[in-house]
Design a protein around this ligand. Sequence first.
Ligand code: FAD
Length: 448
Amino acid sequence: MTDKTLHIVGGGMAGSEAAWQAANLGIQVVIHEMRPKVETFAHQTGNLAEMVCSNSFRSDDSEQNAVGLLHWEMRAANGLIMAAAEQHRLPAGGALAVDRDAFAEFVTEKINAHPNITVEFGEVNEIPSTGTWIFATGPLTSPALGQAIAKETGADRLAFFDAIAPIIYHDSINMDVAWMQSRYDKGETEEEQKAYLNCPMTKDQYEAFIDALLEADKTEFHEGETAGYFDGCLPIEVMAERGRETLRFGPMKPVGLTNANDPENKPYAVVQLRRDNKLGTLYNIVGFQTKMKYGAQADVFKMIPGLEDAKFARLGGIHRNTFLNSPTLLDDQMRLKSKPNIRFAGQVTGVEGYVESAAMGLLAGRLAAHEILGKPITSPPGTTATGALIHHITGGAEAKTFQPMNVNFGLFPPVEGLKSGRRGRKDRYKAYTDRAKSQFNEWLEGQS
Ligand SMILES: Cc1cc2nc3c(=O)[nH]c(=O)nc-3n(C[C@H](O)[C@H](O)[C@H](O)COP(=O)(O)OP(=O)(O)OC[C@H]3O[C@@H](n4cnc5c(N)ncnc54)[C@H](O)[C@@H]3O)c2cc1C
């Protein structure tokens, strides 16, 4: 082992991909993986890159879908996770689903056979001050390491639960019904006074909404998952169970607001949405974290006036998830600002999903390898899927309300001169993906 060795903690989606990328650039890599010595509640095997739940990498359409585009970029960068997925692909329509055991075994074999990679089994529970490290310990980062990270970053910068309210594309909201206003017009500037998007409800609409919430299908918590979350962020359906008026006195209170589309009529309840990114393309529903099943969420939330045609960038959820407040903690090279010898990658950086996590591993592996080689590179531009994600987590997202994010076109800067709204969507997405592919290739070529 030399001081040019790259240490990677966690051999999951991100850690395996990071190791593969760095090793292919000639770097000596040691993966430190705690399983099977120390287990998590979700992993079942000692394999690297184990899929803990679904066996799908989602859409493989690289022209109309942002996650499909991420697949494309990872393939272009010789990604191991995509190669393994391709090798063990199962029929699944337009989605990329895999035989999960064969997939993880393939990744494990490739890593074990790589001459530049060593795997050491054991838990890492401190943040070293020397050496080059990538921490890719995922949503189920071991508690001891979680404590060490919290000590380094400040406890308020590391979350252990992911309480996500649904996020909606702004261009799918009906602004003839909704209006922009902050409660009591609070704020110094007009932008602040109109920071929230409001959807009004009549009494009948509110009552029907509460009924739907109470009747909706919900997912259950895994054992050990509930500790510590109930204080801060109650799911809306739990609030509704506590009393039919609870929401109207909580996140749906109608006070301090006048419906700009119908000023004479006072709404009985109001659902508020808050901007979720600097571009203003995404809005989250304030206080609407939920354990409703995905199908039920779409049905119930479309009952909200103004959201009848809502398109969701992501649906809500609450589950165990350790993640950093990356917008404040990481620089644009994924390094911890307070200890630049440490990078983070994968879901712990505040991306969500197998593909996004692997993509962040791919990037961290390349960035770290180039740094060790003395040839630093920049991250890909924000017009690419990989770049859009890294820009979002290291600066584009609102730090105060930061929650894990899937890749989606709302994170991309618009292509000028294209129609907005539903009609132009197909052309717009094609323009995004064409632009991304050419700029991702340029980024790759710039590294040789
Ligand atoms: C219950 C559950 C269900 C999920 N379902 C889905 C789903 O259906 N689809 C989806 O796309 N995503 C799902 N996710 C998210 C999923 O975990 C991530 O998408 C992906 O696995 C994250 O990749 P990662 O490499 O960041 O973390 P992981 O793949 O979890 O890898 C992290 C690795 O680090 C190891 N590790 C942790 N702490 C230490 C330590 N201190 N020392 C050494 N090693 C350590 C772990 O053992 C693990 O191998 C789910 C997550 C959970 C918790």
